[in-house]
Structures are given as structure tokens and as C-alpha cells.
Design a protein around this ligand. Structure first.
Ligand SMILES: *[C@@H]1O[C@H](CO)[C@@H](O)[C@H](O)[C@H]1NC(C)=O
Ligand SMILES: *[C@@H]1O[C@H](CO)[C@@H](O)[C@H](O)[C@H]1NC(C)=O
Ligand SMILES: *[C@@H]1O[C@H](CO)[C@@H](O)[C@H](O)[C@H]1NC(C)=O
Length: 326
């Protein structure tokens, strides 16, 4: 090889390897995040001398080369609060801090600046404090998952403003107060709604009776009053879990959507008789145990395919699979 060719090759090699794609602002922000976390092992690849578009746990947009995803998960070592600097990655679409048991403290207010966020997953951490109402202004959010943390306080009504929200996970926290009335008036899509394992109280807002949920899980709270408003013949709901609340209503006249495949009502104070319409449903799971139901379990459909544990501990329910009616 001619020596000038070799030089050219070397020149080419150096220009390519040092042509950093990563935006310097983003790089500085990421290095601040690394420092705030005290240089954890999981961020070892975040080396100042290397292009940040090649680092682990981040993703650059192919055209703009701006950071669009920061996804850190499954690490016991990472500890401390979410660094406020995350708010300085203006092109971020996907922010995930997941299964980081030592990630603690509140959701920093700087997250309000991330208007391009589509996916915010802060689940399975040790986060606490309130669910900030500014999350309702992140208008591009499709998935909001704050489950399995220690969040307290009430659910901000602003979340119903999220027009693109497809999934809302607030389950497994320590949330109190009522479900906001605004959850009967979602401004856009109706999200898959997971509010279970909290300490939510009061009645299910009447406004929610108008909403056609596909998936709604309100189980293991302290909700009182009528739960029948969730149902209705015109809806296309598939999965309903209202179990382990204090709901009290007459089930006799409830019309369940034909699409229902999963119905868990166990541990409430529901009374009346199981309506015969239930035999028409293609149920895969039914649990009405631990209520105050009476009368004969209708014969037919899937109803006799469930065992006694789907029906036991009621006031005077009878017929297959329970004992015969007197
Ligand atoms: C992370 O938390 C666990 C307890 O949940 C603790 O034993 C461990 O020392 C913590 N690790 C660090 C690096 O703080
Ligand atoms: C429940 O409603 C049915 C139908 O309206 C009625 O006949 C029944 O008496 C009610 N049951 C109770 C316990 O109030
Ligand atoms: C229904 O719920 C009761 C009470 O939690 C439980 O013991 C039973 O196993 C459940 N049955 C089914 C079929 O899930």
C-alpha cells in the first residue's frame, strides 16, 4: 500500500471515530445524571470521550441524533432521587426508570418540561410523594405507569386531559381520596385503567357510568356505594375487577356487556340475585364470592363451569355448583 493511501485511511478512520453524533447539550445532561447517581456501575459505558449515542440505556433519534429514550431498569445499586436534569433532555419520548428499588423521593417538577414524552414508566421503584398534577399537561403521553411505588395523596383530576393516554397504571401505591370526577370525562381515548391496591375511598363517580372502559381494575380499595354503573348493555367492556371494596348494590337488574370475559366482584356487599342474562356471556373468569347474594345461580352458559370458590360465602346463593335450593 502506498504510504499516502495509508495516511488517507488513517485520516478517514480518525474523522469517522471522532465525528460525534450526540448533541453536546444532551451529553452534558447525561453526564450530570450519571454524577447525580454517583457514577453507578450500570452507567459505566457513559464515557465522556465516547459518542453518547453509543451509550447503554439511551437512544438517539436516527436523523436529529438527539436523545429520545432514557431507559434504566433492573438494578439494585442505583440509589437516590431522580436527578432533576432529566427535564433537560427536550426531545425525550421514552423515560423509563423501572425496578430500581433504591430509587426514592418524589417525581421532580422538571419532568413537566418533557413535552415530547409518549411513554413514562416509573414503575417498581421506591418513589414517594404525590402524583403531580402537571403530568396532565404532557399531552403526548400514551402510557403512564407509576405502579408499585409508595405514592401518596389523591389522584390529580388533570390526568383525564391526556388525549392520547392508552394505559394508566397507578396501582400498588398508597393513594387516598376519591377517584376524580374527571375520570368520567376523558378528553381523548379511554385508557386501560389500573387503580388497584390503594386506599381510594368514596363512591365511584357517577360520571364514570357514561364511559365505555375496555379494562378497569379498581380492586383492593375502600370504594363504597354503587358499582353497577360500570356496566350496561351498550358497552364493550371486557375486563372488570371491583373485588375487595365496600361496594353495596343490587345486582338483580344489572345488564352486563356481551363482551365481558372477566368479572371479579369478590369481597363486597353486593346483594340481590345473579341476573339470568349472565348465561349469555363468554366468561373466562367469574368471582362473586364473599358478598350478600341470594337465590338460584342461573343454569347454563359458563356458570356451572366455575367451582364453588367462585360463589361461596354469600347470604343465600344456591344451585350448581353450590348446594341445591330448598
Ligand atoms: C438498596 O436497598 C437495599 C434494601 O432494599 C439495601 O440492602 C441496599 O444496601 C441498597 N443499596 C444501595 C447501594 O443503597
Ligand atoms: C333487587 O332488585 C330486584 C329487582 O328490582 C327486586 O325484586 C329485589 O327485591 C331487590 N333485592 C333487594 C334485596 O333489595
Ligand atoms: C374468588 O375469591 C375468593 C376470595 O378471594 C377466593 O378464595 C377464590 O379462590 C376465588 N375464586 C376464583 C375462582 O378465583
Amino acid at each position: 500500500m502506498h504510504s499516502h493511501n495509508l495516511l488517507l485511511l488513517l485520516f478517514f478512520f480518525f474523522t469517522v471515530s471522532f465525528a460525534e453524533l450526540c448533541h453536546p447539550n444532551d451529553k452534558e445532561v447525561l453526564l450530570n445524571i450519571k454524577k447525580a447517581f454517583n457514577n453507578p456501575y450500570i452507567l459505566t459505558s457513559w464515557k465522556p470521550e465516547e459518542d453518547c449515542c453509543t451509550w447503554y440505556c439511551v437512544e438517539c433519534d436516527l436523523k436529529s441524533h438527539r436523545i429520545i429514550a432514557l431507559t434504566i431498569f433492573a438494578d439494585d445499586e442505583l440509589s437516590g432521587p431522580i436527578p432533576p436534569f432529566v427535564g433537560d433532555l427536550p426531545f425525550l419520548e421514552n423515560l423509563m426508570f423501572h425496578k430500581l428499588p433504591n430509587l426514592t423521593g418524589p417525581i421532580p417538577p422538571t419532568i413537566a418540561k418533557l413535552h415530547n414524552l409518549k411513554y413514562l414508566d416509573l414503575s417498581w421503584n421506591g418513589l414517594s410523594g404525590p402524583i403531580p398534577s402537571f403530568l396532565g399537561s404532557l399531552s403526548n403521553l400514551d402510557i403512564l405507569d407509576l405502579s408499585f411505588n409508595r405514592f401518596t395523596g389523591s389522584i390529580p383530576s388533570s390526568l383525564a386531559n391526556l388525549r392520547r393516554l392508552g394505559t394508566l397504571h397507578l396501582d400498588r401505591n398508597k393513594l387516598t381520596g376519591p377517584i376524580p370526577d374527571s375520570f368520567g370525562n376523558f378528553k381523548g381515548k379511554v385508557p386501560y385503567l389500573y387503580l388497584s391496591h390503594n386506599q381510594l375511598s368514596g363512591k365511584i363517580p357517577t360520571s364514570m357510568g357514561k364511559v365505555d372502559f375496555n379494562y378497569i381494575d379498581l380492586s383492593r380499595n375502600k370504594l363504597v356505594g354503587d358499582g353497577s354503573l360500570i356496566f350496561g348493555s351498550k358497552k364493550t367492556t371486557e375486563i372488570v375487577d371491583l373485588s375487595r371494596n365496600l361496594l353495596e348494590f343490587n345486582i338483580s337488574k344489572v345488564v352486563f356487556p356481551r363482551t365481558l370475559t372477566w368479572l371479579d366482584l369478590n369481597h363486597n356487599k353486593i346483594f340481590g340475585e345473579i341476573p339470568t342474562g349472565v348465561v349469555k356471556l363468554e366468561l373466562q373468569m367469574l368471582n362473586v364470592s364473599y358478598n350478600a347474594l341470594c337465590g338460584r345461580i342461573p343454569m347454563g352458559g359458563k356458570l356451572q363451569s366455575f367451582d364453588v370458590y367462585s360463589y361461596f360465602h354469600n347470604k343465600c346463593l344456591c344451585g350448581k355448583p353450590l348446594g341445591s335450593c330448598k
